[in-house]
Design a protein. Structure first.
Length: 322
């Protein structure tokens, strides 16, 4: 490891290594997603191309970059590539996967019984607890702090299988928060409306910056004995390397919060537009049934139409149109 050539801009883009466990996960997720899209098309149903592209490039592509690019080649001799790896896996990759809306795709593509079982699992107590916004946010924060401020990270650097387990843990922790927030399935409590989700994403963006700030300002070296022993001669000072890693974590965490928030706002606008169209159709039907006719007055008492006396939304809309 100490004999690795100096990391330059060119090597940052050209250095790659195979990671068999990560590659298997990517192939499995991509295969399942592709099977779901193909099954829908065979039934004559469409699936947005943009969602497929987001899942494949932004989601699976990020996993590949984090585990097989120069970040993985140099993560055992420099801290900052390892820090970037981790934040890619627990923030950016889950966002890309969630933009593909795999939960909705699965429920539409699976056979009826399997879809019912999957829906039951999504609404079960265990997943409801794990995906509850406050719980999932705490899991992401706890995972990152545990990795960096316990012997976990240094042990994972020396143990390949534990390193793979750390990758998977980061990906799952991030997905537990992002997937339920962005899916169109009802995976969150009813009170998690789009305004609430936007607020949660904003708060989560602030919380996600905490590990990076702590790493950047922490006086004690993280996995210091490992990096002091394996740092190549061309590497920067280990303390400076850690500060670079913490700064990268903060920067990426804040950058990813913006597209996350924009995705929530787009969903909010689409939902409002769909609800408005549905309401207009309902009003049109009510207007057809409530076409006014000339009333014949037989006595001194007049009977007013229902849309003039009721205070419902439909009645108010009819009065406004008249």
């Amino acid at each position: 490891m100490e004999n690795l050539p100096q990391l330059t801009v060119g090597r940052l883009f050209s250095s790659w290594q195979a990671d068999v466990p990560a590659l298997l996960v990517v192939v499995l997720l991509g295969g399942l997603y592709g099977w779901g899209v193909l099954r829908l098309r065979r039934r004559g149903e469409s699936w947005p191309v943009a969602r497929t592209v987001a899942f494949a490039l932004f989601g699976l592509g990020t996993i590949v970059v984090a585990t097989m690019s120069a970040l993985a080649v140099y993560d055992r001799v420099l801290f900052w590539p390892a820090a970037v790896q981790n934040v890619l896996l627990d923030l950016i990759a889950p966002l890309g996967l969630a933009l593909g809306d795999p939960l909705r795709l699965a429920l539409r593509a699976l056979p009826e019984r399997a879809a019912a079982r999957a829906q039951g699992a999504l609404t079960g107590r265990v997943l409801r607890l794990l995906t509850f916004p406050l719980v999932s946010t705490a899991l992401v924060l706890t995972t990152e702090l545990t990795i960096y401020f316990t012997p976990y990270f240094e042990t994972a650097l020396a143990n390949g299988w534990l390193h793979q387990l750390m990758y998977l843990q980061l990906l799952l922790a991030g997905s537990l928060f992002v997937l339920p927030v962005l899916t169109r399935e009802e995976a969150l409590p009813a009170w998690c409306t789009h305004p609430v989700r936007a607020a949660l994403v904003f708060v989560d963006g602030i919380i996600d910056a905490v590990p990076g700030i702590v790493v950047m300002t922490h006086g004690t070296l993280i996995a210091g004995s490992w990096y002091l022993a394996h740092s190549p001669s061309w590497a920067p000072d280990v303390q400076h390397d850690q500060q670079l890693g913490g700064g990268a974590m903060v920067g990426i965490a804040e950058l990813v919060a913006l597209p996350f928030l924009l995705a929530i706002l787009v969903q909010w606008a689409r939902t409002e537009r769909a609800e408005t169209v549905a309401l207009d159709r309902r009003l049109d039907r009510e207007l057809e049934r409530a076409t006014p006719t000339e009333a014949v007055v037989d006595g001194p008492e007049l009977v007013r139409p229902w849309w003039e006396t009721e205070n419902s939304e439909v009645a108010q809309r009819i009065r406004g149109q008249r």
